[in-house]
Ligand binder design. Structure first.
Ligand code: NAP
Ligand code: 8YV
Length: 324
């Protein structure tokens, strides 16, 4: 709906009504993904649009879109990961990008522990076994265990730390890999991912997407992890070389994997789906009503704060903002 004299923004894809309704109450919102001719809509609104509300599963927000929207001031991303936004290019053009950190960390960490245990104790497979009436013919085979495992976390950030905190209660040794050693964390730091993989048997990746992490978990890492190895990925699919993972699972170079994220979502390779010794989730790490509402509210609050002249609440590091 057009609101007289209201600031105009674009939504690049659907947002939950909880957030979308608040945006529509204040702004004139152009729903780009609904337009039959997106280029024509962009031409029509080019000189008026000052903000974008977008999200992980939406269209890529990059230089081509910035070119089309010369008055663009701010992009509010629905999600803490913003690899779908060219934030470096936005920064060069003075466009601010915000994301939704912290409000989802506990939810994603809970899911990560669930996925880790489901993978190790084969919970979906065990459930299928019972439903298929196989228990009547005999007990399910014994599984591997979290006991005696050593866990290496790839990306010990906000969510990685929440995962590590939970794992402490399970009594397993914890190590981490990132670009730098962190002061004040009690876990062993590995500057080399391959060396960490060789010393642990369970990798949990919570690293962001983008060029610097692309395929960092690859054939060499799987070989180092070894035949008892389990890989859990809740960060971004592009961090794992998916084809190398499929080969490693088929050849039993590693034991199993639990994945919430994939290289080309929502498309998951048929070869992966065909494997029974993996647990696959459709990117549901933050997908509870409670947490999605928190994320939606933070997106809305960022846009409102910006257009109230108070700056963004949670800008990404590539577009820092200081009050003039
Ligand atoms: P964060 O606090 O920024 O943590 C990211 C961590 O990754 C940091 O510890 C960083 O450490 C490390 N890292 C970054 N680049 C790296 C590189 N090139 N090599 C090695 N380590 C690197 O972010 P967060 O809030 O924890 O979120 C992490 C990611 O989780 C998001 O970006 C998103 O992709 C994903 N996520 C997924 C879901 C889901 O539903 N599955 C939900 C929320 C978030 P250094 O700086 O020391 O390298
Ligand atoms: C969301 C996520 O599912 O925050 C992130 O980085 O991956 C998830 O919380 C996603 O961003 C929504 O599109």
């Amino acid at each position: 709906m057009t609101r007289p004299n209201a600031t105009e923004i674009i939504m690049t894809g659907p947002l939950m009504p909880y957030a979308a309704d608040q945006l529509k109450a204040r702004f004139t919102v152009h729903e780009l993904w609904k337009a039959d001719d997106r280029a024509a809509l962009l031409r029509e609104v080019a000189d008026r649009v000052r903000g974008i509300a977008g999200g992980g599963g939406h269209m890529r927000t990059d230089g081509a879109l910035f070119d089309a929207l010369p008055k663009l001031e701010m992009i509010a991303n629905f999600g803490v990961g913003y690899d779908n936004v060219d934030a470096a290019e936005a920064g060069k053009r003075g466009i601010v990008v915000s994301n939704t950190p912290d409000v989802l960390s506990d939810e994603v960490a809970d899911l990560t522990i669930g996925l880790l245990l489901a993978t190790i104790r084969q919970l979906p497979q065990v459930d299928r076994y019972l439903r298929e009436g196989k228990w009547l013919k005999g007990a399910y085979p014994l599984t591997t265990s979290l006991r005696k495992r050593k866990v290496g976390i790839v990306g010990l950030g906000r969510i990685g730390k929440a995962v590590a905190h939970r794992l402490e209660a399970f009594g397993v040794p914890i190590a981490y890999h990132g670009r730098s050693r962190q002061a004040d964390v009690p876990y062993r730091y590995y500057p080399s991912l391959v060396e960490m993989a060789a010393d642990v048997d369970t990798l949990v990746s919570v690293a962001p997407g983008g060029a610097s992490t692309h395929h960092m978990i690859n054939a060499e890492v799987f070989k180092a992890l070894g035949p008892n190895g389990i890989v859990v990925n809740v960060g971004r699919g592009t961090v794992i070389d998916e084809q190398a993972l499929i080969e490693a699972l088929k050849s039993k170079t590693i034991l199993s994997a639990g994945l919430d994220v994939f290289e080309d979502e929502p498309r998951v390779p048929a070869e992966l789906i065909a494997l029974d010794h993996v647990v696959l989730l459709p990117h549901v790490g933050s997908a509870s009503v409670h947490t999605r509402e928190q994320m939606g509210q933070l997106l809305v609050d960022n846009l409102f704060s910006w257009f109230d002249g108070k700056g963004p609440l949670t800008p990404v590091p590539e577009t820092p903002w200081t009050k003039a």
